[in-house]
Design a protein. Sequence first.
Length: 118
Amino acid sequence: VQLQASGGGLVQAGGSLRLSCKASGHAFRSYTSAWFRRAPGKEREFVARVNSGGFAPSYSESVKGRFTISRDNAKNTMYLQMNSLTPDDTAVYYCAAQLIGAGYYGYWGQGTLVTVSS
């Protein structure tokens, strides 16, 4: 599967953005999917994941209550709605997919930059 992330940009603190991740090349419903991010000078970190059916979302503590992950398998697309953004959310955001049963995220999008100004 190939993944294409989009929707990043510059936003003021307190604002919102919605990221999209378009999948192509293979049945998206065969994959668990997730968002990760890498802030400047930091390691990549997990943000949120959702199962292949779009259920059972889980979040990192740092975004819980502010971000919402979802997916539309009919459109082969995953989303990340980000609200109440802070400068600490500034990062390159990556979408990733894990073939069911694989145990690791083997497919990654190219990343989309989110910059939150104070």
